[in-house]
Design a protein around this ligand. Structure first.
Ligand code: SF4
Length: 616
């Protein structure tokens, strides 16, 4: 019997329902699982968009397990990795009645580094002593604060890891996880690890089937994994090693001064960037060479001091990375500085990561599935094809969400909007809508902004006209996970968020009922990487608005509006405050890319929310 038939039977003969309480057969999920089965059997590349609620994890995991092939599943974040290994794969095991040999592998930073622990860890984080004795080194399972300095001082780091020269390598948690990963039938990784693992080491086992879930995030991961970064923070482990060593105060001061000079050179180099962060690689080549030379001579000075071996390794890797940066071909790469950070970060990234993905990733596995809820702009895959380097012969399909959006939700494009460039008036409008829906719903409202400026203007409007008893949870004043934790515990609040709140936020049921979006999320035309991509298109005679700005905005809008309805019983309203959605010719593509909401007026939406609020 074909794999496709066997997989279909699992979904329809009662096994799925027995293994997953509340399961109902969805033909979109069965069809997707069937397409995945054909891919696994025949090989090739498939790009499958699965709308929210299709249940794509089971649609690829069940064929993967039944095929008995080795499978690597890559997803975008550590949270999603944990979700797959602790929730989805055990569900598949129950459905199929078997124990699945699955492992999760994370980057070095997520594991305790035993060398550092024995060198200074028990002084830095004494509360972890019992956990270190009993644990498997996965720091996410310890009690340590994820953003703390202590965590940084004891976690693994590819920059200062001594690898086979490390005295603790035989007990190293990271290497143990790598060994387990090589024997797994299903290995769960993240995109960054997948890409660095394929390039730099025998990290990813030979596998027949690769699943890239959340594939819309693959090109960003490719830019950071295949590109170069330079920042003062790269010297953290040098500072830590010296400060925590038992050198005399004079010797420490001398070594710290050297590290500071190097940090100062990096900071100085970043200061060459223009207003939008743009920087010409050719202008900084001499500075890069100086940094490499200084790192090299500093390393020579400490290379025989055993307890500074981590610092020495960092300097060695820093030098290598800086020299590689001097070798890149400027026309295919874009250099810029991210200035809005505690310490500026120089990035040098490929302008077209897609071609690198073809070379390094797709050619390494006989069957490759790229899947996500947001890959197509309208009904076209052209944009994600070019971003992700998908070859022409790939299979492409869309499996629509099973939700009844027209019944469950209302989309509002208000008639009386200010011009979208009048940021203060738009921010006031956004606050007015958020205030009204939050008063009606008892919070349960989120406003997504396309810029920090608009969000700050909205905060100001909220200060002038507050809503009693409904707190604001504002990105930047609190970190993202804290905001989401608070909101999940008590949704009587309004979230104000920018970039990272547009995707990966899951607030189902009664948590989120009203979503406000300040404007169409076009990419920032001033960003050096956007400019480099626009120029590359124009050089090919293509219109950069049609081929980049518009499809990018369409996919982003699909992600943002997709935050509202997360299950078949969710209800709510989404308000988009950009009049161009009513007037511009290109609006049709943007509207076609969003879930098929019913369109209504502000009044109709408020009435709908009121009717639905009886259960709150
Ligand atoms: S091998 Fe690397 S990560 Fe493991 S203990 Fe040694 S230095 Fe730390």
């Amino acid at each position: 019997m074909s794999l496709s038939r066997r997989v279909k039977e699992v979904f329809t003969d009662g096994r799925a329902a027995a293994g997953l309480p509340g399961y109902t057969v969805r033909h979109e999920q069965v069809d997707m699982a069937s397409a995945v089965s054909d891919l696994v059997e025949l090989g090739g590349i498939s790009v499958l968009e699965a709308g929210t609620g299709v249940g794509k994890s089971l649609a690829y995991l069940i064929p993967a397990v039944l095929s008995e092939q080795v499978c690597v599943v890559s997803t975008a974040t550590l949270t999603l990795q944990d979700q797959l290994i602790t929730r989805d794969i055990p569900v598949v095991g129950r459905i199929l009645g078997e124990t699945i040999e699955a492992e999760v592998l994370k980057g070095r930073r997520n594991y305790l580094c035993l060398r550092k622990w024995y060198q200074w860890g028990s002084a830095v984080a004494p509360e972890l002593k019992d956990w270190v004795e009993a644990g498997n080194g996965d720091l996410s399972l310890s009690s340590i604060d994820p953003g703390s300095d202590s965590l940084r001082k004891i976690s693994g780091d590819s920059l200062d890891c001594l690898g086979s020269k490390c005295p603790e390598v035989h007990r190293c948690h990271y290497y143990a996880a790598r060994n387990r990963a090589r024997k797994a039938r299903i290995l769960v990784v993240n995109h960054n690890l997948l890409l660095t693992g394929l390039i730099s080491a025998d990290l990813i086992p030979d596998a027949w089937f690769l699943v890239v879930d959340e594939a819309h995030a693959l090109d960003k991961a490719a830019s950071s994994s295949l590109g170069y970064t330079l920042s003062e923070s790269l010297l953290n482990s040098v500072f830590d090693s010296v400060v925590l060593s038992d050198r005399t105060p004079e010797r420490k001061t001398a070594l710290l001064n050297k590290a500071r000079i190097l940090a100062g050179q990096i900071s100085q180099l970043c200061s060459h960037a223009g207003e939008n962060g743009e920087i010409e690689l050719s202008d900084i080549l001499p500075d890069l060479q100086d940094i490499a030379d200084n790192a090299s001579s500093f390393r020579e000075e400490i290379r025989n001091e055993e307890d500074l071996s981590g610092a020495s390794q960092t300097l060695h890797n820093l030098k290598r990375s800086v020299l590689s940066l001097t070798q890149v071909t400027p026309s295919n790469w874009c250099c810029y500085v991210e200035k809005n950070r505690k310490r500026p970060l120089l990035r040098c990234v490929p302008v077209h990561p897609g071609s690198l993905l073809q070379e390094t990733l797709y050619s390494s596995f006989p069957s490759v599935l790229l899947t996500s809820a947001t890959l197509a702009a309208g009904d076209s895959f052209l944009y994600s094809d070019s971003r992700l380097g998908v070859p022409e012969q790939a299979d492409r399909q869309v499996f629509h969400s099973p939700f009844d959006y027209a019944e469950q939700s209302v989309l509002v494009l208000p008639d009386d909007l200010p011009m979208q460039n009048d940021h203060q008036l738009i921010a006031n409008y956004a606050w007015e809508i958020a205030r009204r829906t939050a008063a009606l719903l008892g919070g349960r409202t989120m406003v997504l902004f396309t810029s920090y400026r608009n969000m700050e203007l909205c905060c100001r409007a909220a200060e002038e006209n507050p809503l009693d008893g409904i707190p604001l949870l504002v990105q930047g004043k609190m970190n993202r996970s804290l905001i989401l934790d608070k909101f999940r515990k008590d949704p009587r609040a309004i979230i104000l968020g920018t970039a990272s709140f547009w995707e990966g936020v899951d607030l189902p049921g009664e948590l989120l009922r009203s979503l406000v979006i300040d404007r169409i999320p076009f990419p920032s035309p001033g960003h050096p990487l956007t400019q480099a991509r626009m120029k590359a298109l124009e050089d090919q005679g293509k219109n950069s608005f049609t081929h980049l700005m518009l499809p990018e905005a369409a996919i982003r809008l699909k992600q943002g509006t997709g935050r509202l309805i997360r299950s078949e019983t969710d209800t709510g309203a989404v308000f988009i405050l950009d009049r161009r959605l009513k007037t511009a010719r290109y609006a049709r593509l943007l509207l076609a890319s969003m879930p098929p909401f019913r369109v209504g007026s502000v009044r109709a939406a408020l009435n709908f929310l009121r009717e639905q609020a009886t259960d709150l």
